[in-house]
Each structure stands twice: as C-alpha cells, then as structure tokens.
Write a protein that binds this ligand. Structure first.
Ligand SMILES: C[S@@+](CC[C@H](N)C(=O)[O-])C[C@H]1O[C@@H](n2cnc3c(N)ncnc32)[C@H](O)[C@@H]1O
Length: 217
C-alpha cells in the first residue's frame, strides 16, 4: 500500500504543486510554522559552519541564520527558489553561499561537505524520503547534524484514520499527511552511521517534530 502511494508521489507533481504555491506560500505557511522554524534555526546556529538547507522554498528562514554561517539552499521548484533569490538580494544577506535547483534525492555535492544539513517540512514532500535522507547523511561531515522539521503522523486512533483519509487530497497539494515515526526509526537503524539526538514536538498542535540526527565522528 505504502509502495503504491510512494510511486504516485512523483517529482513533476511536487514541482508543479510548489510552483503554484510560490506566490502565496509565505502568507499561508509563514506564521503557522514560525515557532518550529525558530527552534530548528536555533539548533543550526549553535553548531555553525557550512549549512545545506534542502527544500529552502521561498527562503523564509534565510534571514534567521547567524551571520557567520555559510548557507547553501536548494529546491526543485524554480518558482519557490525565485522568491528565495529575491529575498537574499532584497535583504542583502551576505551569508548565503548559493541557491540552486536540485533534487533532494540527488544532491550535487561531494561526501562530507556540510556541518549541518537542514530540511524544514521537506522530507514528507519528496517522492522517496529515505533516498533523500541517505543523501543528507552522505553530504554531512562526520560529527555534523541532520536537523529536520517534519510531520509525524499518529500510530493509531482517530487522528491516524483522518490522516490516512486525507492523504489523496494533500498529495495534490505537495505533501503527505501520513508519515509514521517508524520510517525515520527504520532509516536510522540502517547502516548510515547516524544516531537520534533529539525528537521534540513543535507547534502547530504537536503534529510536527524537530528531529536531530548526528553522524558518527
Ligand atoms: C512545505 S515546503 C517547505 C519550504 C520551507 N522549507 C519552509 O520551511 O517553509 C516543501 C519544499 O520542499 C521542496 N521540495 C519538494 N520535493 C523536493 C525535492 N525532491 N528536492 C528538493 N526540494 C523539494 C518544495 O519545492 C518546497 O519548496
């Protein structure tokens, strides 16, 4: 069942969905996710160094990175990235090393390139989340952290029922309502040399989590 859902979640569909979201994205998703983003950026700033933000979108988080960081942002939606580029130019952000169209599942960076790989509300939007997570671990330096903001769906009960029921609808909008913690746990248990450092619910409603994995030094 999960396999079929994954196959149906293709890159072109996600690209189209976010190209459509781009003009109104900040208006709709700016405030509602702001507390989670603040927590993720705080964790990133405390590590420092070179940061890859995958699925950077409109660049809504870019002004919050500490000035001494070097941040590279990637996304598959040209329209979302266009907004991010305009923001960097408008605010004169000097710590943004680059912004490029790139698939999270095929990152065009050498191994061990970044101190932090950060993805906010992205893992549940990519067609093959585990392939993207593999790439995050590959480009991360030993001792560095993967910092994620992610939907984590309920394991049982009415919420789980609603999330399953909503899945075909939200898929068209560009994300999954159903994404169990077991997928992260199974991925981390594979041979990636990562360990879970933190998993903490964040607003809205605690349906999302801040998740941190560290790559063994
Ligand atoms: C829900 S938005 C999150 C945007 C931003 N990170 C934020 O905090 O608001 C998901 C973003 O992931 C991007 N995305 C989806 N699939 C992707 C992929 N395979 N590779 C890179 N970016 C992807 C979308 O284009 C979109 O900009």
């Amino acid at each position: 069942m999960m396999q079929i859902a994954q196959l149906e979640f293709d890159r072109e569909m996600v690209e189209r969905a976010y190209d459509r979201w781009a003009p109104i994205y900040d208006l709709v998703f700016g405030g509602v996710f702001s507390k989670g983003r603040r927590a993720a950026i705080l964790a990133t700033n405390s590590i420092g160094g070179r940061v890859l933000e995958v699925g950077v979108g409109t660049g809504i988080s870019l002004p919050q990175y500490a000035p001494n960081l070097r941040v590279f942002g990637t996304d598959i939606s040209e329209a979302m990235l266009g907004k991010a580029k305009a923001r960097v130019a408008e605010l004169g952000l000097k710590n943004i090393e680059g912004l490029a169209v790139m698939d999270a599942e095929k990152l065009e960076f050498p191994d061990n390139s970044f101190d932090v790989v950060m993805a906010q509300y992205v893992v549940t939007a990519v067609p093959n989340p585990e392939a993207a997570l593999n790439e995050f671990a590959r480009v991360l330096r030993p001792g560095g952290e993967i910092i994620l903001l992610s939907r984590v769906s309920a394991d049982a009960g009415m919420r789980r029922f609603i999330e399953q029921w909503l899945q075909p609808v939200v898929r068209q909008l560009g994300w999954r309502s159903e994404f169990a913690w077991s997928r992260y746990a199974q991925w981390a248990a594979g041979a990636h040399g990562v360990e879970l450092v933190e998993r903490r619910p964040v607003p809205p409603l605690g349906h999302f989590s801040l998740i941190r994995f560290r790559k063994a030094a």
